[in-house]
Design a binder for this molecule. Sequence first.
Ligand SMILES: NC(=O)c1ccc[n+]([C@@H]2O[C@H](COP(=O)([O-])OP(=O)(O)OC[C@H]3O[C@@H](n4cnc5c(N)ncnc54)[C@H](OP(=O)(O)O)[C@@H]3O)[C@@H](O)[C@H]2O)c1
Length: 250
Amino acid sequence: MTKNIIKKTALITGGAKRIGAHITEFLHSKGMNVLIHYRHSEAEAKKLKLKLNRKRKNSAEIFKADLLDSSSYDALIQDCINKFSRLDCLINNASSYYPTPLSKINTRDWDDLLGSNLKAPLFLSKYAAPYLKKTSGSIVNITDTHIKSPKKSYIIYSIAKAGLVTLTHSLAQELAPLVRVNAVAPGPILWPEDSKEFSKKYQDKVIKETLLKKTGAPQDISEAVYFLISSATYTTGHVLEVDGGRSFSL
Ligand SMILES: NC(=O)c1ccc[n+]([C@@H]2O[C@H](COP(=O)([O-])OP(=O)(O)OC[C@H]3O[C@@H](n4cnc5c(N)ncnc54)[C@H](OP(=O)(O)O)[C@@H]3O)[C@@H](O)[C@H]2O)c1
């Protein structure tokens, strides 16, 4: 009997570690099949796949792609369909993040930051759209609390994430009424790995500036994503801030 139950399927980009991995595990714990996209984090992706498949056989798969490679977009969506025969949710989480002060700006960083944060979500959405329409599915784009007030020296990243908000609104129009498109804008959740800029002093300053006086947890983001894909059935084109009120204090 259980064999015949059709599982909903989510594709999570950058889903092998940190917030993406939490979203992957959370959606899986709600009964969904997951396609975990990764680029460099192969060991983490394989480990997560193994862990999830131990919980439910054939419920998790992995796909390696550099989202700067335009040929990866269609391939990633096709792989999901080949493996799970359907797609219900596209979670555009993968992102590159580093400062680009004006004097040091170059086109390589432009291509990298715009490519992962904006171009990939657009083209993945384009190729996912026919399958999402079949399942009345949805898209969630992970943007940033800094969309309202750009972070100093992060010009290109800020442009990309602000563009992702406009993309959310545009796709909501394009894909209605069958597919809903929303965004989650995290505040401070996990500090970047290997960044000298995020010293203890800087972290304390960020927390002090945040209304709720603490960082959030990956769970907060996963809950918001799950709310948008499962419960918010009359919501599209919305950006849900999960930032401890930080955007009000910037
Ligand atoms: N962390 C926070 O507190 C925070 C705050 C505000 C917004 N956000 C947003 O929340 C999301 C998750 O945050 P995070 O800190 O967990 O992200 P992250 O660790 O900085 O990056 C997530 C993943 O993106 C993938 N990625 C980057 N460039 C890629 C490319 N060209 N092609 C394919 N994959 C690429 C990487 O995969 P591989 O490791 O496999 O290479 C990486 O593991 C991001 O969209 C971020 O902008 C996070």
